[in-house]
Design a protein around this ligand. Structure first.
Ligand code: ASN
Ligand code: ZN
Ligand code: CA
Length: 333
């Protein structure tokens, strides 16, 4: 039967009106992007297993920008998958989560009022809940990029999800989730060093996490200390998130896309940033070349230094920047 690649319109909840690649099958449109490894978006319709049903539509306009329209979460999820695919492909030359050219799939409307989103290696798929009240799905760009990055991490370094390696696993998801958000350059959700600022998970408009000063969330550590691996992985991620901010932007006060950051260092010594683009390249190479399942904070410093040496040389400002940013979180000297 007649099949064609189409350009649909997504009326998302968090990213405004976006273009989505869809598939026309007969007189029906499917939320199926054959141009990015074959990504499909399914509606679980409040179920918790299987795939539910492939999202389909009669006019190729998806959602209405509100969480009360069932297609809206699908539009956000499809957009998140598209931008995450493009970020990894165009930034690192990585072709999908396994780097094999094959897309994962996404499922929306998981359970009821479910306030989380998660990657699952066993189905090679992404799942999104609808959030409290059922109308604030956890489908923002940074959350989508965060969760799918868990798949990249498990297919590369394999950082074990506990102790210091667990914190580094979580931070890697925040780092590349933030990379996706900046990459998308979407005026409704401009890039920032905050995680989950669009999904109102706290009910007061505050983000889940802050990379410039992680302790602003009330639980995360700003710097490494000997017991940091005993924290929940979403808190032991703090020092690595903070290191990435320092490496990218430097310490002190800075305004980016209208958000004011004020990043301290553990020793009070100012750090100069090397730019987000180089910081992303260093972290990706460290993750995919030097980190292993048991990498801790000291090992992560060595991995990032090795990556910076490979990419820029040991006499580069980027190499020195890695040492300075880790010193700013009390790792190395
Ligand atoms: N949203 C959580 C996270 O990515 C769910 C999980 O997989 N632990 O950290
Ligand atoms: Zn995570
Ligand atoms: Ca963000």
């Amino acid at each position: 039967r007649y099949q064609a690649i189409k350009t649909g319109t997504g009326n998302t909840q968090y990213s405004g009106t976006v273009s989505l690649n869809t598939t026309q099958s007969g007189s029906t449109y499917q939320l199926y992007d054959t141009t990015r490894g074959g990504h499909k978006t399914y509606n679980l319709n409040h179920g918790t297993s299987g795939t539910g049903t492939l999202m389909t539509d009669s006019d190729d306009v998806w959602g209405d920008g509100t969480g009360s329209n069932a297609q809206t979460a699908g539009a956000d999820a499809a957009y998140g998958a598209q931008e995450t695919w493009d970020f990894y492909k165009n930034t690192f030359g990585r072709s999908g989560i396994r780097d094999d050219g094959v897309a994962a799939y996404s499922r929306v409307h998981y359970s009821s009022n479910y306030v989380n989103a998660f990657w699952d290696d066993s189905c090679f798929c992404m799942t999104y809940g609808d959030g409290s009240g059922g109308t604030h799905a956890l489908t923002s760009l940074d959350v989508a990029g965060h969760e799918m990055t868990h798949g990249v991490t498990s297919n590369t370094a394999g950082l074990e999800y506990s102790g210091e390696s667990g914190g580094l696993n979580e931070a890697t998801s925040d780092i590349f989730g933030t990379g996706v958000e900046f990459y998308a350059n979407n005026s409704s959700d401009p890039g920032d060093y905050l995680i989950g600022e669009k999904i109102d998970i706290n009910g007061d408009g505050s983000p889940l996490r802050y990379m410039d000063k992680p302790s602003k969330d009330g639980g995360s550590a700003d710097s490494w200390y000997s017991g940091v691996g005993n924290l929940d992985v979403h808190y032991s991620s703090g020092p690595a998130n903070h290191m990435f901010y320092l490496l990218s932007e430097g310490s002190g006060t800075k305004v980016i896309n209208g958000v004011t950051y004020n990043s301290p260092t553990s020793d009070g010594v100012a750090v100069t940033g090397i730019g987000r683009a180089a910081a992303l390249q260093i972290w990706y190479k460290a993750l995919t070349t030097y980190m292993t399942s048991s990498t801790n904070y000291a090992d992560a410093r060595a991995a990032a230094l090795s990556a910076a040496a490979d990419l820029y040389g040991t006499n580069s400002t980027q190499y020195a920047g890695v040492g300075n940013a880790f010193a700013g979180i009390n790792v190395g000297s």
